[in-house]
Design a protein around this ligand. Structure first.
Ligand code: ADP
Length: 466
């Protein structure tokens, strides 16, 4: 075959005939074994020119001192169109990313941007961009997967409908949150992800994801710890409840019989005997109060304490408390007053617990007030709320201790040599009872200047159980 000179026909730089001719000529002249060259030509389809991309491969064959060129032409139009689309999409994705480049590069959440080449085919989701955190989180290097389809990168996701979901986000423009995405057949905590999928312009979809394995493990550990603690608490409450019942029976006889002895119904006692028996009686009563408080407290903690709601006049409760507390107040020459801003207020609450709240506050007020002081119970009402306070002129409480007072067993002076008797459960119970009524309690106090405990509850409480 004659040698051919490379030259154009002058009509068009991309003239297909020239491409073929020049390829053949190139192979002859350079002696290159295989030479490939892409070209383009327009063919008429329905009277309109349609571009066709082709790839010319020229192969030099030598036989009997003769050189021949084998010419192969492939139609690569579809491949070219796909490549063009990918290129366009990557430019668009690049533009979108540039706006948030800083965040995209530095955030610790993984970001993938997929382009849906064909709106009707979720297999055409192609990864166009990925941030550094993405490869840190998945362990899959970005350079290995960029340009690949989602199915090629993570084939296992199809059975979890993930590609379908991403395509749906592109089509509907609605974001989606996918919790607990994981790989493998079984749920493996090591691979748990939280994924947010959101639509981006130009048929792109953004996927922000994070490995939440550690968080999940912590949550599960916390849940486990909570269940164990609840279990332990239940066991403790049951133990306290059982023990209290067992202790109450012998205590009742200790108190009853020492009461009988002290009345001298069975013979007179000398001074020492009287002193010791009254010690037994006082200690017995103290122990009984502690047991009763403990029982109440464990009942509340176990959620077994119920409110029995009824309508009652507060004045009656105040009178009862006054009557009960008067001997104690008189013994210490403490003035016991009350002030109410409306006439005979009526409320709906658990009258027994209401009385117990007031009793605990007033007996504390008397206990922690020195000889000759004063204690005042007061009531203020609005249409919906009743506010009750117990004010004393006693020893007061340092600001450092005020927020701890309502914790069970807390006592400002907890030493063995403390001056005031007590269980440390009174205020904890008061706090729980007030809470059960949908209210709250607080203290205003200054050391040496007395204390005021105030609680507020609704005038007509409706919840029947705690
Ligand atoms: P206790 O049985 O010890 O009185 P409480 O729970 O009723 O238990 O009270 C807890 C602690 O709060 C008391 O030990 C005391 O230190 C302090 N406290 C309670 N009421 C008063 C008050 N009116 N004045 C001063 N301190 C008080």
């Amino acid at each position: 075959m004659n040698s051919l000179k490379e030259e154009g026909c002058g009509k068009n730089r991309e003239c297909s005939e020239c491409t073929v001719r020049n390829s053949v000529m190139h192979t002859f002249e350079t002696g290159e074994n295989i030479y490939k060259k892409e070209g383009k030509l327009d063919i008429l389809t329905n009277g309109r020119p349609t571009p066709i991309h082709f790839l010319i491969s020229t192969i030099l064959i030598k036989q009997n001192n003769e050189s021949m060129v084998l010419l192969i032409a492939d139609d690569i139009t579809e491949q070219k169109i796909a490549e063009k689309k990918v290129l366009e999409a990557s430019v668009k994705a690049e533009k979108a990313i540039q706006q948030y480049a800083d965040i995209f590069e530095n955030v610790r959440i993984g970001f993938y941007i997929y382009y849906l080449e064909n709106l009707d085919d979720d297999r055409t989701l192609r990864l166009m961009a990925a941030n550094p955190a993405a490869s840190d989180i998945t362990g899959v290097p970005n350079e290995v997967i960029l340009g690949k389809t989602l199915d090629e990168i993570f084939p296992g996701l199809r059975e979890k409908d993930i590609p379908q979901t991403y395509a749906e986000v592109v089509r509907t423009g609605q974001s989606k949150v996918l919790e607990d995405i994981y790989y493998g057949d079984e749920r493996v905590l090591e691979n748990t992800f939280s994924v947010k999928v959101f639509p981006l312009p130009n048929n792109c979809v953004g996927v922000a994801f994070d490995n939440i394995t550690e968080r999940k493990k912590e949550q599960e550990a916390m849940l486990q710890a909570k269940l164990t603690a609840e279990d332990a608490n239940r066991t403790k409450s049951e133990f306290i409840s059982n023990m209290s019942h067992e202790l109450r029976t012998p205590l009742t006889s200790i108190i009853g019989f020492s009461d009988l002895l002290i009345c001298e119904n069975f013979g007179t006692l000398n001074e020492s005997q009287k002193k010791y028996i009254s010690n037994v009686l006082r200690s017995g009563k103290h122990l009984l109060k502690l047991i009763n408080d403990l029982l109440d407290f464990s009942k509340i903690e176990a959620g077994k304490m119920e409110l029995i709601l009824e309508e009652f006049a507060i004045q009656d409760t105040i009178n009862e408390i006054k009557e009960t507390m008067m001997p104690l107040a008189m013994k210490k020459e403490i003035e016991l007053n009350y002030s109410i801003n409306v006439e005979n207020p009526i409320i709906v609450a658990d009258s027994v617990k209401f009385k117990q709240i007031l009793y605990n506050l007033v007996s504390n007020a008397i206990k922690f007030t020195d000889q000759g002081g004063s204690v005042t119970m007061g009531i203020n009402t609005t249409d919906e709320i009743i506010s009750v306070f117990v004010k004393d002129s006693g020893i007061g409480i340092s600001i450092d201790y005020q927020d701890k007072l309502f914790n069970p067993f807390y006592q400002v002076d907890s030493s063995n040599a403390r001056e005031y008797e007590g269980t440390g459960l009174g205020l904890a119970l008061v706090d729980k009872f007030v809470e059960m009524h949908g209210g709250n309690i607080w203290v205003d106090s200054e050391v040496g200047n007395g204390s005021t405990f105030t609680f507020r509850i609704p005038i007509a409480f409706e919840n029947k159980s705690f």
